[in-house]
Design a protein around this ligand. Structure first.
Ligand code: MIG
Length: 754
């Protein structure tokens, strides 16, 4: 095997806004995307197309300095020192502190097509990121592979899983940096797992050493920069933030309706019900089973009448069956993946022998998107993309399978993203001015632009519940805010205690969905006995009470990329406790709610409270931060804490987001000693009119010294669905604030003296 290590430079020149450096082995190209983002590409065969699935920004221009030994690029925040002999890339802060440096011996190297970058490992260096991965929050000492896989029956160590997010954040010496390795081949990350702590390394089986280096000195700012580069989510449909009930499968329209009706009868709020694969005729995508779902429109109309939306599943595999519309059209237009000789690839999945659409082609994406009318005409509004790793029985789609001119090994990791893109763009075209909801299992960096994700087939164990939370928070680091897990566990049967506990955590999970595998016990809230149902119901009600806060949280994700579920590494980066395995499942839900997941078998918990002061939500007891405390954690009361100074907008309990509620926006203020503020955001929750100024946004400020609460003048043309504001105070010495006085929610600035 030919092994090469990047050697001495032979030439340097700048062409337009690209610095081009040649060595005997390869050509390096450098671009500056912003003051805090520099891209390095080292290639043996650079493709001038330079396409990326992830990146949506263009680079700017820059200057460089050259001396005998090195080339230096400086921005106001970042310095790249390029060592000439041999060619090495070393990044420093503006004032010269080392952020990340090549291993001086091995730097970038090749073995055959495999390209690897060995980098220095700092003594105290920690790593977070890579999205959906098993293991600890801090990935130091672990190694991972990205190769999108149908990881059914995975355990708490399995790798790879379904998604590829080759982006991590390194933390050392009180400094932060990010690195996004934009390469869709099978890729590898080793954070000092197998190198005796001498180096970390990453690389891929093919393609270029192509990375974006982020130099901002804050985790939140690096996430903002990463999502600037790769895009941010749009505002999600409000209904997708309500409670979602799923199962593989509700077998008939009658069953779907009776489940939905039961929610209303029990007065348990819910917005969404799903149809898993059995709604189809022989698992043929874009069809309905004529016997069990004879009149989908009638069913969906009935669902709508009681405030439910329907989400249906679609898989990529198109059944080989002449006469089936999608098969005939796909064959006629050559829309399917092939072998090099042009024969169509055949793989087996639910529908039997199938062909697989080439979602990398625009015409195929358009065709796929248009086919959704079979679902949208009767009224489906959410589209669940499964099996898009892509999966086929046997798990080993041959390397010779081609999508256009690209073979499976090069683009497999982006297939799911392109399917989600086709689904999103297509359904957006066919459902009018409404926000489609897309949920995908496989993904690549940038998928947040099109879709929500869930973490696939977990199991009904406490360990999976805790791991799921780490995955949710870790996906947040990599730009995915609207993330869910199968609450209750997909495979196996949870104990009633686990179901209750997992549901209580679901309240604070960005996407709140109960889902279970075929053959498991039924999972709906009423399956667990009266007492447990009452707890589940109360928790779901809490989710609905929090919707104004949650929606404003998603506005942050939309604007800055900051996720709703935030590992403590985001706000408390330099607090070592946040990375301790004792506390690494804890997270902030939005700006000011701290949640400590607890196993269902434990009725007390050790919780670490970071800097600041905190109130337990249920008891209003106040604690000082930077200490760990032992708290009660009965199944009725997951440990949830509110940061002192928090401003939390809430509403009354509604049965679904179709109800307007009582029109009162509750502003809950938890006393703190510093002035605090909260950006409140609202829009119709359904359409894209917010892009045209139809939104309602204002800043709410609490000043404990001036003893005022101020609402800024409203920005935007939308009329709030809350015409009254009710102030609720907690932790105030005087009772005055908790008098629950009502104020008019006018668009003018409002100042309230306490
Ligand atoms: O081979 O559609 O992860 O959520 O219920 C299994 C049936 C296919 C896997 C998904 C799961 C879904 C199931 N699917």
């Amino acid at each position: 095997m030919q092994t090469e290590i990047l050697g001495d430079i032979e030439s340097v020149n700048k062409q337009g806004n690209i610095l081009i450096i040649k060595t005997k082995e390869a050509t390096a190209r450098i671009w500056v995307y912003s003051d805090s983002i520099i891209r390095v590409n080292v290639s043996k065969a650079f493709n001038d197309d330079d396409k990326s699935f992830a990146v949506i920004q263009k680079p700017g221009d820059f200057k460089f300095e050259e001396s005998a030994d090195e080339i230096v690029i400086k921005t106001p925040v970042l310095q790249l020192h390029i060592n000439k002999s041999p060619l090495r890339f070393n990044f420093y802060t503006a004032n010269g502190k080392a952020l990340s440096e090549d291993d001086p011996r091995f730097g970038i190297n090749w073995q055959g097509d495999r390209v690897i970058n060995y980098r220095k490992l700092y003594k105290d260096e920690k790593f977070i990121g890579l999205g959906e991965k098993t293991g600890n929050l801090n990935k130091r000492g672990s190694s991972f592979v990205n190769w999108n896989t149908d990881a059914a029956m995975h355990d708490t160590k399995t790798d790879p899983l379904y998604k590829t997010f080759p982006f991590f954040i390194g933390l050392h010496s009180g400094l932060t940096y990010g690195l996004f390795f934009d390469n869709t081949h099978k890729s590898y990350f080793d954070f000092g797992a197998t190198t005796d702590d001498q180096m970390s390394w990453f690389g891929a089986d093919g393609g270029d050493m192509n990375y974006y280096f982020f130099g901002a000195q804050s985790v939140a700012q690096i996430i903002e920069d990463y999502t600037w580069l790769t895009g941010r989510m749009e505002m999600p449909p409000l209904w997708s933030l309500g409670y979602q009930q799923c199962r593989w499968s509700y077998m008939s329209a009658d069953e779907v309706l009776s489940i939905a009706e039961r929610f209303r009868k029990e007065k348990i709020p819910a917005d969404v019900i799903y149809c898993d694969i059995d709604y189809m005729d022989e698992f043929k995508i874009f069809t309905w089973n004529k016997e069990t779902f004879p009149d989908p429109k009638a069913m969906i109309d009935k669902l709508k009448a009681i405030g439910f939306r329907l989400i249906t599943i679609v898989d990529p595999g198109i059944k080989i069956e002449p006469g089936y519309k999608e098969y005939d059209e796909g064959v006629e237009n050559n829309y399917f993946a092939t072998y090099p000789n042009g024969e169509k690839y055949v793989g087996e999945v639910w529908a039997g022998r199938c062909h697989f659409p080439d979602f990398f082609r625009e015409d195929v994406r358009e065709w796929w998107g248009a086919a959704f009318t079979a679902l949208t005409d009767p009224g489906v509004e959410g589209f669940w993309n499964d099996m898009n790793e892509p999966a086929a029985w046997g798990q080993n789609i041959p390397s010779l399978v081609k999508f256009g001119d690209k073979y499976m090994p090069e683009v497999r990791n982006a297939y799911g993203m392109e399917m989600a893109r086709a689904t999103y763009e297509g359904t957006r075209r066919v459902i009018g001015n409404k926000r489609p909801f897309v949920l995908t299992r496989a993904a690549y960096a940038g998928t947040q632009r099109y879709s929500a994700v869930w973490t696939g087939d977990n199991s009904a164990y406490d360990s999976h519940m805790l791991m799921g939370q780490r995955m949710v928070s870790s996906l947040g680091i990599t730009g995915m805010s609207l993330v869910g897990v199968d609450n209750g566990g997909f495979s196996e049967n949870p104990t009633p205690e686990l179901m209750v506990r997992w549901n209580s955590l679901g309240v604070y999970t960005p996407m709140f969905r109960n889902h279970a595998m075929q053959g498991t016990v039924m999972r709906e809230p009423w399956q667990w006995g009266k007492k447990n149902m009452a707890i589940i119901k109360k928790d779901i009600e809490q989710r609905y009470r929090l919707l104004p806060y949650i929606y404003s949280g998603f506005y942050q994700s939309h604007k800055t990329g900051l996720p709703l579920s935030r590992t403590l590494a985001i706000n408390y980066t330099n607090d070592e406790n946040g990375y301790d395995v004792k506390y690494h499942n804890q997270f902030l839900f939005g700006d000011s709610i701290l949640v400590a997941p607890v196993e269902s078998t434990k009725l007390t918990a050790e919780v670490y409270l970071p800097a600041g002061e905190w109130y337990r939500l249920s008891t209003r007891e106040k604690f000082t931060g930077e200490q760990s405390i032992i708290v009660d954690a009965p199944l009725t009361d997951l440990p949830v804490f509110i940061k002192a100074g928090a401003i939390i907008p809430m509403q009354n309990v509604i049965q679904s987001t179709n109800e307007t509620g009582n029109g009162v926006l509750e502003i809950n203020i938890w006393h703190g000693n510093e002035p605090t503020s909260f950006v409140y955001y609202e829009d119709d929750g359904l359409s894209y009119d917010y892009e045209q100024g139809e939104y309602f946004k204002r800043e709410i400020t609490f000043d404990p010294n001036k003893r005022t609460i101020e609402f800024s003048k409203v920005e935007g043309a939308f009329v709030s669905r809350f015409n009254k504001i009710k102030l609720m105070g907690y932790g105030f010495e005087e009772a005055s604030v908790s008098k629950h006085k009502l104020y008019n929610n006018s668009n003018d600035a409002i100042k309230i003296d306490l």
